[in-house]
Write a protein that binds this ligand. Structure first.
Ligand SMILES: [Zn+2]
Length: 297
């Protein structure tokens, strides 16, 4: 049995993963950790969940919404700064006496999606558009990591743009196409429309800007990586009217032809028939990540 943990900005979700499916999902509001001693409370919450298991877990996987370096230290976790610099994996290993693997939450999502889509060979690039814009790359099933272990397509700068980004820079792709950027657009220009319907009321100009920046970012990565498969996921692509066809057409037009334009294969997380994650793809992905790592060790 493996325990998967998805540490989100609003909720922490934990689940037991056995026989390929997640069960016993537990949801804890992240606000309970936002106090003095937050790290200890978080570790104890995961520890208690381990203790309540019938069997001790073989491994634990934790996805975090921030940057984890190659040594497994959390470098930047904007919503939970009390964990910055923490070696969360070793702290959990001490408490739970099981191997623990901490990774960026987008890596965990792509792990889970590639497992369910059976994308285990070649280069797979995942781009997840949620409140931010994150990415991950797998090569023959192994996470591709550079000097610092980063993959940050959301912070590719779009020349000439000045929108402030959550990272502190300006003009990042994330500041234009993420869920947070869409919320800002909705509040400023379409306050009468619910955010879930925003794509259905955006003007041609707004839509053109959105699809152009997103396609530009995606096409840049594709030209560099020449991926076998691309996975697009996160909450934004599930929104009504998300312009899939326009984005694909524009990406296609930006790529070298005949290749890689003719070999472009884009998959959507939203199309996966989900009967394994108990409604929490982050928990599922974190568990599969730990399971794969545990199998390799
Ligand atoms: Zn940024």
């Amino acid at each position: 049995m493996i325990i998967g943990v998805d540490l989100g900005g609003t909720f922490m979700r934990m689940g037991r993963f056995d026989g390929g499916i997640v069960h016993d999902l537990k949801v804890v509001p992240a606000s309970v950790f936002n106090t003095a001693g937050g790290a200890e409370l978080l570790i104890e919450a995961i520890g208690e969940y381990c203790d309540a298991s019938e069997r001790r877990p073989e491994a634990i996987g934790i996805g975090v919404p921030g940057t984890v370096n190659l040594r497994g230290e959390i470098v930047r976790l904007p919503n939970m700064s009390f964990l910055n610099g923490a070696r969360l994996a070793s702290m959990i290993e001490q408490r739970c006496r099981a191997s623990c693997f901490v990774e960026n939450d987008v890596t965990m999502l792509l792990t889970g999606d590639s497992e369910r889509m059976n994308l285990k060979k070649g280069v797979v690039f995942g781009m997840y558009i949620g409140s931010g814009l994150g990415g991950a790359i797998f090569s023959d099933g192994r996470l591709l990591r550079g000097r610092n272990g980063l993959c940050e397509p959301g912070h590719i700068t779009i020349y000439g743009r000045t929108e402030p980004c959550a990272c502190g820079k300006t003009g990042c792709a994330e500041a234009i196409v993420s869920g947070r950027a869409l919320e800002a657009l909705q509040a400023a220009k379409h306050p009468e429309t619910h955010i879930s319907e925003l794509f259905t009321v955006m003007t041609d100009e707004e839509m053109d800007d959105y699809t152009g920046v997103l396609a530009n970012t995606l096409a840049g990565v594709i030209q560099l990586l020449d991926p076998d498969d691309i996975v697009i996921g996160g909450g934004v692509p599930k929104m009504k009217g998300f312009p899939r066809a326009d984005i694909e057409t524009r990406v296609h037009g930006m790529l070298l032809s005949p290749i890689p334009a003719s070999t472009l294969k884009i998959h959507y997380s939203a199309d996966i028939e989900d009967n394994a994650s108990a409604g929490s793809p982050g928990v599922y992905g974190a568990a599969v990540f730990a399971w794969r790592k545990f199998g390799i060790i």
